[in-house]
Design a protein around this ligand. Structure first.
Ligand code: K1U
Ligand code: ZN
Length: 223
């Protein structure tokens, strides 16, 4: 970790290096609504308005919300509610825009994350109950986080990882990742254990981040 900044400049998103084993998701949104996924378990698995599926954007928790520190539990049921949550997480991630999203960030404390590091936004990946089973090398990447908006900082992570996870249907998958995909998977897996990229910063830099975010929120409230 070397610095904190408010603007991302150095990193290049290069999808060409990363193979995804997952077919692109079928649906694009017709309609959007905003709701808190905390109530998702009680919500119907699919909602239709005049025969059009009502797609959903979820509220993303922001640092220093203590709910971001919750440790996620394994997914054991692959039902329609889980499929609806996954679809809503993709909608939320693409709209943000972001390249990853962990369930923790939308206040669902299940071991589930979605990713798409491709330029064309056509390589969605769903990882359920992910485990890193091998890692190699190191890389430094200037990371951002949808839960820490507008803040970017260098983080050191493994360069290559092998991840075992389940897909959205509960089928086992093994993913070999390097570069940005490896960074993003590690960042999202940190969310599932309640860890944020700002935790890699010194206390002094973390305090700077907290004050920058407070200032951003005061300005936004005045606007
Ligand atoms: O909040 C998150 O976990 C998502 C985060 C993922 C991430 C980004 C960079 C390094 C590690 C992990 C983001 O997507 S922040 C937004 C971002 O980086 C981005 C957005 C659009 C295009 C390209 C990048
Ligand atoms: Zn994040």
């Amino acid at each position: 970790m070397t610095g904190v900044s408010e603007r991302k400049s150095r990193n290049r998103v290069d999808s060409g290096r990363f193979a995804s084993h997952i077919a692109p998701s079928a649906q694009l949104p017709y309609n959007f609504c905003r709701f808190d996924a905390g109530g998702l378990a009680a919500a119907p698995a699919a909602t239709f308005v005049r025969n059009l599926p009502l797609m959903s954007q979820l509220t993303i928790l922001e640092y220093p919300d203590p709910r971001l520190r919750t440790k996620a539990q394994p997914v054991v049921v692959f039902d329609a509610a889980l499929q609806a949550l996954i679809d809503a997480m993709f909608e939320t991630m693409y709209a943000a825009p972001g390249i990853g999203l962990a369930a923790t960030q939308v206040n669902v404390h299940k071991q589930l994350l979605v990713l798409d590091v491709s330029e064309e936004k056509n390589r969605p990946l769903v990882l359920v109950n992910p485990r890193i089973v091998a890692q190699d090398g190191s890389q430094t990447y200037q990371e951002g986080c949808l839960s820490v908006p507008g803040i970017y900082a260098d983080v050191d992570r493994a360069d290559r990882i092998t991840v075992e996870a389940l897909d959205r249907n509960g089928q086992p998958q093994q993913i070999e990742a390097e570069g940005l995909l490896a960074v993003c998977i590690q960042h999202e897996m940190d969310h599932l254990v309640g860890k944020l990229f700002v935790d890699y910063l010194s206390p002094l830099k973390r305090d700077l981040v907290r004050r920058k975010l407070e200032k951003q929120r005061r300005s936004a409230a005045q606007a």
